[in-house]
Design a binder for this molecule. Structure first.
Ligand SMILES: Cc1cc2nc3c(=O)[nH]c(=O)nc-3n(C[C@H](O)[C@H](O)[C@H](O)COP(=O)(O)OP(=O)(O)OC[C@H]3O[C@@H](n4cnc5c(N)ncnc54)[C@H](O)[C@@H]3O)c2cc1C
Length: 367
């Protein structure tokens, strides 16, 4: 079997590792446009059960990554300067680069070194493979070479993905209002020295604040001032922290002939539910399993992959969409008192109803 994997992000690295581990005889080539030590953003979180989905089938990767993670058991919502702690909502986080390095190490252990600094840019390069795995992210080039029934819908809020040297005690959602409008930050520590700080605001606030006319450095200084109380004197740190609108990627078809989409190329899930990386890895697991169970019958394997995975993905995407819709209206939610805002926030994705919340967050519900 000859496989071309486009992209060495979480989806591409993990799929290639699993496939080569099961089939040492397969020829797997991974092509990545960037160098191995380059990445955008800072840390990523994994919600509640963190990497538990790996523990059974892949204890080696679980044991490698878990010690490098920061974890905590509560979540904090800060509104009008008042922190509200929601107990029992645990997360684990890791620096995105650290995570990719550990996945690269796994891939190297099965004898694959990705072809770095090489961008796939012509259909010609996809030829002569039994299978092409498009793991090249939300803006996938490979996806554009076939008709997958793709839609890419940008959300209206603007966000920029920063880091900071302040280490926060828990994953925190901070809401701030000033003369320009309303702002939100998603922030949590992801290493012994750094936290992730995703700055978000609605389009009207973004315009009023004058971000359109600011360069990256001026925008960073502005964002730092908005969240001065939260940062307590620590700086924001940039890493390609440009303004973006989150793209909701959806595909009617998951595969076309011998090309299959996985990870963000297949669908994005709004970052507020902290699941994109896990979804990408679970796609990799499901695709490798389908290939194993259908030997070298690629069409049967791709059909089985979609049949097994689509219902699970659809459920998570619905939760991600509900969460994203809540953020698109966060200025309205900010009219609520701090505890009411926290109550609205925690139920935003439809996955936690009051009965379940009472079980997992008794202190918060009693409060
Ligand atoms: C602000 C923000 C915060 C996030 N926070 C979280 C979080 O807390 N938790 C979480 O789980 N997820 C989070 N995510 C989502 C997460 O980053 C993605 O879901 C995840 O990275 C998807 O992995 P992937 O491998 O599919 O794609 P990517 O990570 O995008 O990797 C794709 C790779 O393909 C390469 N590539 C692209 N085009 C080509 C080409 N033509 N040729 C060769 N290589 C190419 C890219 O360079 C890249 O390395 C967040 C996303 C954003 C935007």
């Amino acid at each position: 079997m000859r496989i071309l994997v486009a992209g060495a992000g979480p989806a591409g690295l993990y799929f290639s590792y699993l496939a080569k581990r099961s089939h040492p005889g397969w020829q797997i080539r991974v092509v990545e446009q960037n160098p191995p030590d380059s990445t955008f953003g800072f840390g990523v979180v994994f919600s509640d059960r963190a990497l538990e989905f790996l523990r059974g089938d892949d204890p080696a990767t679980y044991d490698l990554i878990t010690p490098a993670m920061e974890s905590w058991t509560d979540l904090t919502v800060v509104h009008r300067g008042t922190p509200v702690v929601i107990d029992g909502i645990g997360f684990a986080a890791i620096g995105r680069l650290r995570f990719l390095q550990l996945m690269q190490q796994q891939l190297s252990s099965v004898g694959i070194e990705p072809d770095y600094n090489r961008s796939l840019s012509s259909e010609e390069e996809l030829k002569d493979n039994d299978l092409v795995v498009a793991a090249d992210g939300a803006n996938s080039f490979v996806r554009r070479t076939r008709d997958f029934g793709t839609t890419v819908t940008p959300l209206s809020n603007k966000f920029a993905w920063f880091g900071t040297t302040r280490r926060f005690a828990t994953l925190t959602q901070t809401f701030v209002e000033n003369q320009h409008g309303t702002f939100n930050a998603h922030h949590y520590r992801h290493s012994s020295a750094m936290s992730t700080f995703v700055f978000e605001c609605d389009a009207a606030t973004w315009q009023r604040a004058g971000f359109a006319g600011m360069d990256e450095a001026a925008a960073l200084t502005f964002c730092q001032k908005v969240f001065a109380d939260t940062l307590e004197g620590h700086p924001l740190v940039s890493n390609k922290s440009i303004w973006r609108n989150f793209p909701n990627v959806r595909n009617r078809r998951w595969h076309a002939a011998n090309v299959v989409l996985i990870g963000d190329a297949l669908r994005t899930a709004h970052f507020s539910i902290g699941s994109g990386t896990r979804l990408a890895m679970e796609d990799a697991i499901a695709l490798e399993k389908a290939l194993r169970e259908h030997a070298s019958d690629v069409p049967a394997a791709l059909a089985a992959f979609e049949a097994a995975r689509r219902p699970i993905v659809d459920k998570l995407v619905a939760a991600a969409d509900a969460s994203a819709a809540w953020y698109e209206r966060f200025p309205e939610h900010m009219r609520l008192a701090p505890r009411e805002l926290a109550w609205s926030y925690i139920q935003r994705s439809g996955r936690i109803d009051p009965a379940r919340l009472r079980k997992i967050s008794p202190k918060f519900v009693d409060g």
